[in-house]
Design a protein around this ligand. Structure first.
Ligand SMILES: Nc1ncnc2c1ncn2[C@@H]1O[C@H](COP(=O)(O)OP(=O)(O)OP(=O)(O)O)[C@@H](O)[C@H]1O
Length: 891
């Protein structure tokens, strides 16, 4: 349907009786759907009627069910039916590109078919009357060649009889003019029928023709003429009565009788034909009724289709509304975006304005800077001017000095003049005295002279004052210049000193840097050497070491007054490497047993007096090894209550002097990490805490229920990965304290007869140490495993039953597997059964090969535990014999 143009779609739907509105993008698909649906229904109708499915689903828009139903009524031969099933594409449709199928006979309209059949019938009649029974597809031809033949034969017979009658005497006096009324009536009826049939599109039937040919068939010539020359048949129209060709003599009774007989037989044939026609008409009516039914059904279907299409249309309308709504929203959004764009633009403009303002301010500042520079230049010029003025002033002072000298000379001159004048005055006074009274004006002159002298005196005084002031100013300026010059030279001296000191310092720094580089190199080399030596010492001590630790009596275990540190049945050697434990052997009812001394040697034996600090001092070397990139495993083995947890963990309080190996080891790693930072080492410490209970792993620092599994990551290095376990990066002792508190809460503890809070599980504290040296690029990865094993006592002794018994069995199994691994390592077997228990599998890379292992065998001081203690010590001494080979550093 995609190829159908809008115009074509409109035309096709209109052909189906649908009036359609404007075709838009939205409505086009609906119209196309509607049209496709109509075509599908028509196909179905065709399939039903033809009784076989149509191969191609493409319908012909020109085809209609009504037309097909009409066509179906036509009796078809087998060949025609075959041709009906043949599909072809008409040329005009091919040109238009409309995909369709064509059933030509089905599509041919009734009119076309009738016209065709008429033509064929006429052709057949003209060329060969005997072929008038030729069947045209879809055309009902009522006369067959057999019936025509019968009629012709009958006519010939009648002619023969007529001829015979003519030779005989006229027995019957029948004239054509006296043809009975019914005969005439029949003849006229036939004529009417003939006319009617000729007007009808279905009336190319030989019935009319036959009527035309037979009714006038009174004489054999007429019949022969009809038979031999069919074109002559219309000439006999109207029959013998109308044509008046042959008139029998009134005496020709026989002839008349024959005519009547012929007429009778012709009427009989006609009657049969009429009956046949009637039957056809009835069938036609029936078919029409059926068509009407089908049309009604189709009408109903179309109505329902119309309803569904209307619904679809309303849905489409709804969708259109929705789309419109969305469009509106989009428009609003777009407007908002435009507004925001405008806002952003405005802001941008404002920013640009700000920017330009800032730029102009910058320019102003630059201008100001230029001004200041200019001012500075001016100031310098002014300074130079001042200096020049100063020089000028000095010069002026010199000039003034000269003037003062001149004035002094003038004064002296004036004084001499005054003296002269005085003498003159005296003379004049004498003269005046002489002439006093004579000349009064002389007094005035004198007074004026005196006034002039006074004036000159005041002038001299003011000049002297000015000179004095100028002298003072010059002196002041000179002082200032002197002090400034002094300061300047002082500053210059200082500057020179500072420069000297600075260059000294720089050369010193250079020297120090060189020395520092040498020192750092030496330090790194020394650190490497230290590690190597440390490792050598550790190797010399043995990569698997066993320490024995006997705890003191607890206050609840001693009888008042008894010392807690004295254990009668035990003896500790002087070199802290031996323990002898005496036990009674063969003691039975009524018979005293023998006292046997069981002596054991270990790498170190800690007695009841040894403190936690003493114990850790012997362990810290291994902790350092872990920091240096080795796998280290320290585990505590012993019966319940022997002091394993005390040794490994101790009280949770981080300040307690009884804190155990875990907190102390962590303190050491953090401290060393800080110290090593100076040498370029950066460490990351990642901790996890696991528990193995009844051969199941539990995370002690996470409440997650996810199943924890051990996976072997590297077969060669036996590196294992524990899935679904929480790892926390710890940076200080506070982090570790939090972690231990959490783990302590989660740890599975159960009361047994042996110990009030006996741990029935193994706990494994793991610390991964990753180090990287930023100075030389060295890296190292170490693992520190600190394991507190569950009680090793025999099940029978614990008196456990049920769940407790199961727990004890799981513990015993895992511990015996630990023993088996140790034994296999000792015997240097190719297969070490690490996987036999969760404990050995988890610790597989810390037991043997690339690892350093330390086992604490914890022993109870109680006499009643002697046998269990001896068992533990035996197991430990077996382990002590194991040679793990040389440990390798992880990089
Ligand atoms: N060296 C010691 N000095 C003083 N007290 C100790 C020493 N060793 C153990 N204790 C005390 O003995 C008791 C039992 O010790 P601990 O709980 O460590 O035994 P355990 O072997 O870990 O037992 P369990 O197998 O049930 O965990 C504790 O109260 C602990 O404080």
């Amino acid at each position: 349907m995609e190829n159908v143009s809008d115009q074509e779609l409109r035309r096709l739907l209109s052909a189906k009786g649908h009036s359609i509105g404007p075709i838009t993008n939205t409505t086009r698909s609906i119209y196309q759907k509607l049209y496709t649906k109509l075509l599908e229904e028509e196909d179905r109708a065709i399939e039903v009627k033809l009784g076989s499915p149509i191969q191609s689903p493409k319908p012909d828009p020109a085809d209609t069910p009504v037309l097909r139903n009409k066509l179906k009524r036509s009796p078809l031969t087998d060949d025609e039916k075959l041709s009906e099933a043949t599909f072809s594409v008409p040329e005009e449709k091919k040109k238009k590109g409309i995909p369709t199928y064509v059933a030509p006979s089905l599509r041919r309209s009734t009119i076309e078919r009738t016209a065709l059949s008429k033509k064929l019938a006429e052709e057949a009649g003209e060329t060969n009357p005997k072929k008038s029974s030729l069947r045209v597809p879809g055309v009902r031809v009522t006369e067959t060649s057999a019936s025509l033949k019968t009629k012709i034969d009958a006519a010939e017979k009648a002619e023969t009889k007529q001829t015979r009658g003519l030779s005989n005497t006229n027995k019957l006096n029948v004239t054509m003019g006296s043809t009975p009324g019914y005969m005439r009536a029949t003849s006229s009826t036939l004529k009417k029928d003939s006319k009617k049939d000729a007007g009808s599109k279905k009336t190319a039937t030989p019935v009319t023709k036959r009527d035309k040919d037979y009714i006038p068939k009174v004489g054999g010539s007429a019949i022969r003429k009809a038979k031999d020359t069919p074109s002559a048949a219309p000439k006999s129209k109207g029959g013998p009565a109308a044509s008046g060709k042959k008139k029998r003599a009134p005496w020709d009774v026989k002839g008349r009788l024959e005519d009547v007989t012929n007429l009778y037989s012709a009427l009989k044939v006609e009657k049969e034909d009429m009956e046949e026609k009637m039957t056809d008409l009835e069938a036609d009516v029936e078919q029409k009724t059926e068509d009407l039914e089908i049309l009604k059904i189709e009408n109903d279907k179309l109505k329902s289709d119309l309803t569904s299409t209307t619904e679809q249309l309303s849905e489409v309308n709804m969708k259109c509304h929705e789309q419109q709504f969305k469009l509106d929203e989009a428009v609003v959004e777009r407007n908002e975006k435009v507004a925001s764009y405008e806002r952003v633009k405005r802001e941008r403009d404002e920013l640009e304005e700000d920017f330009s303002r800032t730029k102009s301010k910058m320019r102003e500042a630059e201008n100001r800077a230029d001004d200041l520079e200019r001012d500075l230049r001016r100031a310098n010029n002014a300074r130079e001017e001042v200096e020049e003025n100063l020089a000028k002033s000095k010069k002026h002072v010199g000039e003034l000095d000269d003037k003062i000298e001149e004035l002094k000379q003038d004064i002296e001159k004036l004084n001499t003049t005054i003296a002269n004048k005085d003498s003159k005055i005296c003379e004049i006074e004498r003269i005046l005295e002489k002439e006093r009274g004579e000349k009064g004006d002389v007094h005035n002159v004198l007074r004026r002279k005196e006034e002039h002298i006074e004036h000159l005196d005041s002038k001299i005084a003011s000049l002297e004052k000015t000179i004095k002031d100028l002298n003072e100013t010059v002196a002041e300026k000179n002082n200032k210049i002197d002090s400034l010059e002094g300061n300047l030279s002082k500053e210059q001296r200082n500057h020179r000193d500072i420069n000297r000191v600075l260059s000294d310092r720089e050369s010193q720094i250079c020297d120090l840097d060189q020395k520092l580089a040498v020192c750092t190199e030496r330090l790194l080399a020394g650190e490497k050497l230290r590690r190597k030596l440390h490792n050598t010492i550790q190797e010399l001590k043995g990569n698997i070491r066993v320490y024995c630790r006997v705890r003191p009596f607890l206050s609840s275990e001693v009888i008042t007054g008894q010392p807690t540190h004295e254990i009668p049945q035990m003896d500790f050697g002087k070199d802290n490497s031996n323990i002898t434990i005496s036990s009674l052997q063969g003691e039975k009812l009524g018979r005293k047993g023998e006292l046997l001394n069981n002596s054991f040697n270990f790498d170190h034996v800690f007695g009841p007096r040894h403190t936690q600090e003493d114990t850790f001092a012997e362990v810290s070397g291994l902790v350092q090894s872990a920091l240096d990139g080795y796998n280290v495993c320290i585990f505590a083995y012993g019966q319940t209550g022997s002091g394993k947890t005390h040794t490994m963990q101790g009280p949770i309080d981080p300040t307690s002097e009884y804190r155990g190996i875990i907190p102390r080891a962590m303190e050491q790693v953090f401290k060393t990490g800080e110290e090593m930072a100076d040498q370029g080492w950066n460490y990351v410490f990642t901790a996890s805490f696991l528990e193995i209970y009844n051969e199941n792993l539990h995370d002690l620092i996470s409440s997650s229920d996810s199943k924890i599994e051990i996976k072997l990551v590297n077969e060669k290095s036996r590196e294992v990965e524990v899935t679904n376990v929480k790892s926390i990066i710890v940076q200080n002792c506070y982090d570790v304290h939090e972690l231990l508190l959490k783990a302590n809460k989660n740890r599975t503890v159960a009361a047994t007869k042996c110990n009030e809070r006996s741990s029935r599980s193994h706990s494994v504290f793991r610390l991964k140490i990753e180090g990287k040296n930023t100075k030389n690029g060295d890296t190292c990865v170490g693992n520190l495993n600190l394991v507190d094993l569950a009680g090793s006592e025999r099940v029978a002794h614990s008196g456990s039953t049920g769940q407790r018994l199961k727990e004890a069995q799981a513990i015993n199994t895992s511990l015996s597997e630990l023993g088996n691994v140790m034994m296999a390592l000792q015997e240097k077997k190719t297969h070490i059964p690490y996987r036999n228990s969760k404990l050995t599998y988890l610790l597989c890379n810390s037991l043997g090969g690339n690892s350093k292992t330390l086992m604490f065998v914890n022993v109870s001081p109680l006499d009643k535990h002697t046998n269990e203690s001896i068992n533990s010590l035996r197991f430990a001494s077996k382990v002590n014999k194991v040679d793990l080979g040389t440990a390798k550093k992880n990089k």
